[in-house]
Design a protein around this ligand. Structure first.
Ligand SMILES: NC(=O)c1ccc[n+]([C@@H]2O[C@H](COP(=O)([O-])OP(=O)(O)OC[C@H]3O[C@@H](n4cnc5c(N)ncnc54)[C@H](OP(=O)(O)O)[C@@H]3O)[C@@H](O)[C@H]2O)c1
Length: 329
């Protein structure tokens, strides 16, 4: 089978399409024939040695994907050959071969059924970002209807967070540097959107909410924006720290946390137990369905064009960047 591999952790420049032995399922495992895979910034971080993973090389990247079951190993119940499935969780693309391949073997417990009515691309890209959004929104418990501010709102995690937060009954404010994405975010459930590059966005958010403030920030950007996000919070406000696409926070005055008793909470999607992740997934799928929403797909690239797909991811997509394999037809 063919797979995109990296020979080491010196970056995505090392990506090459290789022929590897076909996988076979061990006990408790299945082989998934991949129809579509999805990219995540974590793939790049892993390729650059910036992610806590210990893969063997050559390593096949790719956390997310969907396809059909091609083989079932001993002891597997509940899955049969030919059935559609998606990768929900686990070490695929981290400590073991990932989804940027024509097939992969993985524990059956790592799979989920494809939600009814979802397209192949929607199924391939939803798992990691929806689980992340779920943890970011619910790690503080079940908040009453609140105002949730989402940075990087057009990205994979951001779009999923906007959809889920709105479906949970929150008032959602999305930040994106792109006017087209800000327009799209409204259809995903954002009540208002702002350009974080515009000098007045904090003033505009405060004017919109006065006399209230933001209750929860879900931040995927970090960098210089972080302090500005904290500034929008009210008393007891919280920040779910998801990512740092703009790099480390250059200067941050911890005094900004004192007087409003602001709380910061890191998000680590892989830290939930299998059971917690399955419950989070089922709830997320049900919430999207009740809200009439489906996972947001930015673009689809042929399998042979994975480097171009990573370029699109680096540009800042609207939703997920998908890779389509020949088996998808
Ligand atoms: N903690 C966890 O468990 C976890 C799980 C999943 C992802 N993450 C992290 O969360 C972050 C977001 O992931 P993602 O999948 O949503 O990424 P993504 O799909 O690439 O989208 C990120 C969005 O952020 C904006 N953006 C990108 N670079 C920026 C910059 N330098 N300054 C300001 N805005 C920028 C872009 O939106 P606009 O151009 O519209 O502004 C882009 O659409 C990544 O760092 C990822 O590693 C963490």
């Amino acid at each position: 089978m063919r797979a995109w591999t990296i020979p080491d952790q010196r970056g995505l420049g090392g990506l090459s399409l290789q022929t590897l032995p076909d996988p076979s399922p061990g006990p408790g495992e299945v082989v998934l024939r991949i129809h579509r895979a999805a990219l995540n910034p974590a793939d790049r971080y892993l390729a650059e040695g910036l992610y806590p993973a210990r893969p063997s090389f050559p390593h096949v990247l790719g956390r997310d994907g969907a396809g059909v079951i091609a083989a079932v190993g001993p002891g597997v119940e509940g899955w049969r050959v030919g059935e559609p499935a998606l990768v929900l969780r686990g070490a695929a693309g981290v400590d073991r071969p990932g989804t940027l391949a024509e097939a992969l073997a993985l524990p059956a417990a790592a799979l989920a059924k494809v939600p009814s009515g979802w397209s192949g691309a929607e199924a391939a890209g939803a798992a990691l970002v929806l689980l992340t959004a779920h943890q970011a929104l619910l790690q503080w418990g079940r908040l009453p209807p609140s105002t949730v501010l989402v940075s990087g709102a057009g990205g994979g995690v951001g779009a999923a967070t906007v959809q889920l937060a709105a479906a949970l009954g929150h008032r959602v404010i999305g930040l994106s540097r792109s006017a087209a994405k800000r327009e799209r975010l409204v259809t995903l459930g954002a009540a208002a959107t702002f350009d974080p590059g515009g000098g007045s966005w904090r003033r505009d958010v405060k004017a919109l909410l006065a006399p209230l403030r933001v209750d929860l920030v879900v931040d995927t950007i970090g960098g210089a924006l972080f302090g500005e996000l904290v500034d929008t919070l009210g008393f007891g406000g919280r920040v779910s720290v998801v990512g740092m696409l703009a790099g480390p926070v250059p200067a941050f005055n911890t005094a900004s946390l004192f007087f409003r008793r602001i709380r910061l909470g890191g998000v680590a999607v892989g830290s939930d137990s299998a059971e917690e992740q399955r419950r989070a997934w089922e709830e997320s799928v049900a919430l999207l369905e009740a809200a009439g929403q489906r996972p947001e797909v930015d673009s689809e690239f042929p399998f042979e064009e994975v480097p171009a797909a990573f370029t699109r991811l680096a540009e800042g997509p609207m939703g997920k960047v998908i890779v389509r394999l020949p088996a998808a037809g």
